[in-house]
Write a protein that binds this ligand. Structure first.
Ligand code: 3HC
Length: 309
């Protein structure tokens, strides 16, 4: 019966075993994972948009090649994670429909505009940096397909983070205007990148996700880890550190001010600067690609008939 199944399930989790698609799992576990994995996949796909905005304006051929490769990696991550989520019994079509109807979420960060070339570097450094901080522990997520997907995704994100940082490093060695541009990108994107970790722990009941080992650390723990890693990197770039971010000798961590949670929830609910733009771009892509999918299906059908004959 269910209680017995549930006890066995939890015992396997406690013993650090992976749960696989055909194993028994509580409905809540399945639902939580479909939600988180589909949101994650949507973030990868929508995340291509702010960067795609700069492909035609990359300053050199080398930067353009790196940017295109990175965007292609994000597409790969999205498809990979959708496939992982499908093993839980929800189709990719359903998940994409939920994104386009506004029912499913994707990371708040992608509703902020990329206004200058320095923003593209800052996205690599801060956004991919925050993503790695969050995703390294997901390599030990209890759901096997998700955990395994994260190993490759994290390796690629690590390259993304370094290319972003390296491009900013080149800019801060450049003209005063370039340095100013990097500072401006940092000032605008630092706080939204901290919001990627989700609402504060104080908002949350003790997490079932942690008991199920979907999550290994709380949102605030990971946010702190990211701040501690990022501030020395900002200092190395010669950037001015935001007001209120100070090293605390007693805790051995950086203190930082409370984030603007009203802004966070407004962006989650669809009121960010770019929410409408992002969803419209995705809907348009699906509509305009319909003929390609139809042609591919017709071709596959024709091959099947020819093979049968
Ligand atoms: N943006 C949008 N929604 C967010 C959010 C954010 N930054 N942070 C939290 N939320 C949503 C949650 O999804 C949840 O919504 P729901 O219950 O209505 O679906 C609600 O706010 C409450 O938050 P919780 O902290 O309770 O939610 P979680 O336990 O799921 O934790 C999370 C949030 C840490 C983001 C977690 O879902 C997670 O680890 N997700 C996997 C990683 C991921 O999605 N990363 C996306 C980042 S970008 C990326 O990877 C692309 C790369 O190219 C940079």
């Amino acid at each position: 019966d269910d209680a017995e199944n549930e006890a066995q399930f939890q015992a396997r989790i406690d013993a650090e075993e992976f749960i696989e698609p055909k194993d028994w799992m509580p409905e809540g576990y399945r639902k939580t994972l479909v939600r988180q994995m589909s949101q994650h996949a949507h973030s990868e796909i929508v995340g291509m948009l702010p960067e795609g905005n700069w492909v035609t304006r990359a300053p050199t051929l080398k930067r353009k090649m790196i940017l295109v490769a990175k965007i292609q990696d994000e597409a790969g991550h999205g498809l990979y994670i959708y496939s992982g989520a499908e093993t839980l019994g929800t189709s990719r079509e359903q998940m994409v429909d939920d994104l386009h109807s506004g029912k499913a979420k994707y990371s708040t960060i992608f509703n902020y505009p990329t206004m200058t070339w320095a923003d593209v570097g800052a996205v690599g450094w801060l956004v991919d940096g925050a993503a790695i901080t969050n995703q390294i522990p997901l390599c030990r997520c209890s759901y096997g397909p998700y955990a395994r997907a994260m190993i490759r995704v994290c390796k690629e994100e690590s390259f993304h983070q370094r290319q972003g940082y390296e491009s900013l490093l080149a800019m801060v060695k450049g003209t005063d205007a370039q340095k100013k541009m990097v500072q401006d990108a940092f000032d605008r994107l630092f706080w939204p990148s901290l919001m990627m970790f989700g609402p504060p722990d104080s908002d949350q009941p003790p997490s079932q996700n942690m008991k199920w080992k979907i999550k290994r650390f709380t949102n605030d723990e990971l946010r702190q880890r990211f701040v501690d890693a990022t501030i020395p990197q900002a200092e190395f770039l010669g950037l001015k550190i935001p007001e209120g971010v100070v090293w605390n000798e007693d805790t051995n961590h950086y203190d930082f001010p409370e984030l603007d949670w009203d802004e966070f929830w407004a962006v989650v609910k669809g009121d960010g600067v770019c929410n409408d733009d992002r969803l419209n771009s995705r809907r348009k892509a699906i509509d305009e690609g319909a003929w390609v999918r139809e042609a591919a299906e017709a071709y596959a059908e024709k091959q099947k008939i020819q093979q049968a004959a």
